[in-house]
Design a protein around this ligand. Structure first.
Ligand code: GDP
Ligand code: MG
Length: 441
């Protein structure tokens, strides 16, 4: 995606507001990126529509291109969609022994995830965990879980040949209760494809175990298919969350977005390798960055938004140090004040300005005054802004009329400007200015 989009970015270098065309062009590429990341067609379409609405008319930050800005909006929206309610890592395991049911297709990573979660519960939460394999289909499946259990120091239900999954589930329940376990995890059998028998078996186990959590384990590399699987499992079994495995591979994780959008189920954990520690709770930010494949651009946009203000401040400081402070500077100051919580907030931050802040407060000056002052400056000509000493009676009348305000208010502004300019000059000489500006921006 990075390569593809950079081409678009090169073409989109205009500044100003995001035009409908900018958005369209960038979103066309984003749509392709989503499809390449295995996001399903309908999900990609809905998503793009939502972003389109948000992006149109937004103003473009200087030093990033509209295309980049669209990607930032896309990224934020991705995070928004991916994020479920609540803490993804918090499993419902009160009322011991709490059953957790693991379901999913064969090879999706159920057995591995069962052991990873058991280890996590044991080590992070100090829980006593029992694991039981209900996989009667694959010859070595039960032994696989037993070996993992030994490796991580978690008990497994003793293997009894010839039992069906429901019977094993019942035995696990009893053993967990008798043995004083906090949690027992049921690792079910999977199949290569979803079918009636698989679902019936899982449903029967569910009815016996009454799981507190039913986690659907899905291979993060499978893409669109994963959504059908998730929908089916959720309809028939009812899942409380999804675990995406193989997120260490080079798949893009588009399944995560499709799954969230289609099933509405929260993604709880991601598997990041074959090792027993390779699991973490789901972070929407990380997966969003991965789907777009361009975390760098997102941070670039964020940084640009910050540096613009720093940029302006730097330029203004140079001018101030030279003893220049015209109405343009004043205007910038006023804008900045509005942003920084008004007069008081800003003045309070500047050494030597505390007294002025008090005066302003006493005179009842508030943010509406700031707005009026900005309006007055806007009514000045370019020349007047650069040379405030030009402001004599006839000009004052024109400016006041132009902004719909009174000459009295303009006089106040001019007085304030003069005071500030004096102060800046003094501070500039003493090196205080640099200090003050640092605190301001
Ligand atoms: P099950 O059939 O659903 O029980 O799947 P398994 O747990 O047996 O896993 C199948 C294979 O996938 C095993 O070789 C696991 O080591 C591997 N696997 C599981 N989770 C992950 C993961 O997050 N990343 C990687 N790279 N491999 C995984
Ligand atoms: Mg298995």
């Amino acid at each position: 995606l990075s390569d593809r989009l950079s081409g678009v970015f090169d073409r989109l270098t205009k500044q100003g507001a995001l035009s409908a065309d900018d958005v369209k062009t960038a979103l066309r590429e984003v749509r392709i990126a989503l499809l390449e990341a295995d996001v399903s067609l309908s999900v990609a379409r809905d998503f793009i529509n939502a972003v389109q609405e948000k992006a149109s008319g937004q103003s473009v930050t200087k030093s990033v291109t509209p295309g980049q800005q669209v990607v930032k909006i896309v990224h934020d929206e991705l995070v928004h969609v991916l994020q479920g309610d609540g803490d993804p890592g918090a499993l419902k395991i009160d009322n011991p022994p709490a059953p957790i049911l693991m379901v999913g297709l064969q090879g999706s990573g159920k057995t591995t995830t069962t052991a990873k979660l058991a280890k996590r519960l044991k080590e992070r939460d100090g829980k006593k965990v029992l694991m039981a394999s209900l996989d009667v289909n694959r010859p070595a499946a039960m032994e696989q879980l037993q070996i993992l259990g030994a490796q991580i120091g978690v008990d497994t239900l003793p293997i009894v040949k010839g039992e069906d999954p429901v019977k094993i589930a019942k035995r696990a329940k009893t053993a967990a209760a008798m043995g004083g376990y906090d949690v027992y995890i049921l690792d079910t059998a999977g199949r290569l494809h979803i079918d009636a028998e698989l679902i019936a078996q899982a449903a029967a186990v569910r009815d016996v175990a009454q799981p507190r959590e039913t986690l659907l384990v899905v291979d993060g590399l499978t893409g669109q298919d994963a959504v059908n699987v998730a929908t089916e499992f959720d309809d028939k079994i009812g899942v409380t969350g999804v675990v995406l495995t193989r997120m260490d591979g080079d798949g893009r994780g588009g399944a995560a977005l499709s799954m969230r959008a289609v099933t509405g189920k929260p993604i709880r954990f991601v598997g990041l390798g074959e090792k027993m520690d390779a699991i973490e709770e789901f972070h929407a930010e990380r997966v969003a960055g991965r789907i777009l494949g361009m975390g760098d651009i997102v941070s670039l946009v964020e940084k640009a938004q910050q540096t613009i203000e720093a940029d302006q401040a730097e330029r203004m400081m140079k001018r101030l140090q030279k003893g220049r402070f015209n109405m343009n500077d004043m205007r910038m100051q006023l804008d900045q004040m509005m942003k920084m919580g008004g007069m008081e907030g800003m003045m309070g931050m500047m050494p030597g300005m505390k007294k002025a802040a008090k005066q302003i407060e006493d005179s009842g000056m508030d943010d509406s005054v700031l707005k009026r002052q900005i309006a007055l400056i806007n009514s000045m000509t370019k020349k007047e802004r650069a040379n405030p000493q030009l402001l004599q009676a006839s000009r004052k009348k024109r400016i006041a009329a132009g902004s719909g305000l009174e000459v009295r208010e303009l006089n106040q502004l001019i007085k304030m400007h003069r005071q500030m300019a004096d102060m800046m000059k003094k501070m500039g000489k003493g090196g205080m200015l640099k200090q003050a500006m640092k605190g301001m921006f």
